[in-house]
Design a protein around this ligand. Structure first.
Ligand code: FAD
Length: 463
């Protein structure tokens, strides 16, 4: 949008409207609000301090600004969140009525969700055909990233109530632990991409499931906030691996999952709130505040789950493999509704993203469009042993277990008394006993699912 606006030759009035109300429950949470504030400050700097921030109802403020400054054209990038889609539509209507030209662009996705469809015109519901047929074979290849404009000529207009800098945004009482190297903004995004290309990409396929290693990109918050476009990431990777390897590349496929989540949200606006498979409306969820609290605080007594939940609290991030394990534990072993989990992640993730978060929770719960079958219940002990084989990840985030030998770090309750004593650990005092028995809770969840009287959906996600 910026590129096209600059190319039009008209002076630019760069505007960011922070709308606290329209997003409802999906306004930025604590961690993503922290990120947003810093990201906007960097964006303001790169626009020579000429990014105008307004706070309030965007549906009223944007037409007001257009009227006050005789704006001739509006340029914006489309979003997929249902509330933004509705708001954008209303703003467009209001401006077109006043003869303001409106130009909308797809800046955030490689494949335009409004365009990709099955040959019969209906939307895809399953990832692999969506990605392979809909995107790679029939979709337009992702365009090359556009260069930053050489110069941006800013209009001298100063909207009333606008502030430069981040002073008008809500304050958040969250910050990552000292020493965490998040750098919101475009420069931080570019250097993280370079770091990943140099040291992560080559190992990504083999090590992406290992939370104890540093092989994933951690680009998710940068991608979410548009500090790095997926086009930049896509083409930088294709340049290294060659176009012939594009189809089966693991990292590009993960970018494809991001596309698919956005696509589902755009096509199924109920995704954040409602089970896409109706039969889950009858599932006997338990609503147990104490258990939800223990899960949130990383005090379930299951080390890999607790490590993930504490990583989330302290850094605003959780490794994908551990997100799946922690989510499965909440939904299946504890039988709490996936919406509780989605809401907590929303509040605490720096990369909180309505498409990815909602689609992933529904995927884990088995209630989504292209879901893992419900009977796939992750065993956190087996998963821990497989993906954190030396316990490095657990020890980093659950230091009270640091003295346990590798063999017992994922299941301290099975360790002989002598081992616990040697590690200086008293279960129930220093670290909780498991909140539920893993085998028994698994059986209970499966019985509840069978009570719905329908088989699970197809298993096509290779995670
Ligand atoms: P990498 O492995 O380096 O992948 C590169 C990029 O591909 C990511 O930045 C992301 O944009 C995309 N990607 C990777 N894995 C997935 C995936 N499984 N689904 C969709 N896109 C993916 N991701 C979010 O960005 N925001 C969320 O709110 C979010 N909530 C999640 C909730 C649950 C329960 C689960 C299981 C997953 C969730 N994810 C979410 C997906 C995934 O965990 C993160 O995108 C990934 O861990 C981000 O780390 P990374 O950038 O190092 O990923």
């Amino acid at each position: 949008a910026l590129h096209a606006a600059v190319a039009s030759g008209a002076p630019i009035l760069a505007l960011y409207v922070h709308d606290d109300e329209a997003g409802g429950a999906w306004r930025p949470g604590r961690a993503s609000g922290w990120w947003l504030q810093r990201s906007l400050a960097r964006l303001g700097e790169s626009l020579d301090g000429r990014l105008h921030l307004l706070r309030g109802d965007a549906g009223a403020l944007i037409p007001d600004v257009a009227r006050a400054f005789d704006v001739r054209a509006l340029y914006f990038n489309r979003c997929v969140e249902p509330w933004r889609v509705a708001q954008d539509r209303a703003i467009r209507r209001a401006l077109v009525e006043r003869d303001v030209a409106v130009h909308a662009f797809n800046g955030a996705y490689l494949f335009d969700p409004a365009v990709i469809a099955k040959p019969d015109g209906t939307p895809y519901r399953v990832f692999t055909p969506y990605y392979r047929k809909g995107c790679l074979e029939r979709g337009r290849p992702p365009r090359e990233p556009l260069p930053a404009p050489d110069t941006v000529v800013h209009s001298g207009a100063r909207p009333a109530g606008a502030l430069s800098g981040d002073a008008s945004l809500p304050r958040h009482d969250w910050r990552p632990v000292d020493g965490h190297d998040w750098r919101p903004g475009e420069t931080g995004a570019a250097s993280r991409l370079q770091r990943f290309l140099a040291s992560g990409l080559g190992r990504y396929a083999a090590e992406r499931d290992r939370p104890d290693l540093a092989s994933v990109s951690r680009l998710s918050p940068h991608l979410h906030f548009g500090e790095l476009s997926p086009h930049q990431a896509w083409h930088a990777v294709v340049e290294r691996i060659g176009p012939g390897a594009l189809r089966d590349d693991r990292f590009l496929t993960e970018l494809g999952w991001r596309e698919f989540s956005a696509y589902l949200l755009f096509r199924e606006p109920r995704l954040p709130e409602a089970n896409l498979q109706k039969k889950f409306d009858r599932f006997p969820w338990r609503d147990d505040r104490e258990r939800i609290d223990a899960w949130q605080q990383g005090r379930t007594g299951v080390p890999i789950v607790d490590a993930g939940m504490r990583e989330l609290l302290t850094t605003g991030y959780m490794h994908n493999r551990v997100r799946m394990i922690a989510a499965s534990y909440l939904v299946k072993n504890l039988m709490q509704h996936w919406r509780h989990g989605a809401a907590w992640f929303w509040e605490r993730l720096v990369d909180a993203d309505l498409g990815n978060n909602s689609a992933s929770w529904q995927w884990v719960a088995g209630s989504g469009a292209d879901a893992a079958p419900f009977f796939r219940v992750f065993n956190p002990v087996t998963q821990g042993g497989k993906f954190d084989p030396h316990g490095g990840y657990v020890r980093r985030h659950v230091p009270e277990l640091a003295g346990l030998p590798d063999k017992h770090v994922h299941s301290p309750w099975r360790a002989p008394a002598g081992v616990l004593e040697a590690a200086g650990l008293v279960l129930g005092r220093d670290y909780p006993q498991p909140m539920v028995d893993l085998g028994e809770s698994r059986r209970r969840a499966l019985a509840a699912f069978q009570g719905l009287g329908a088989p699970g959906g197809p298993q096509s996600r290779s995670h």
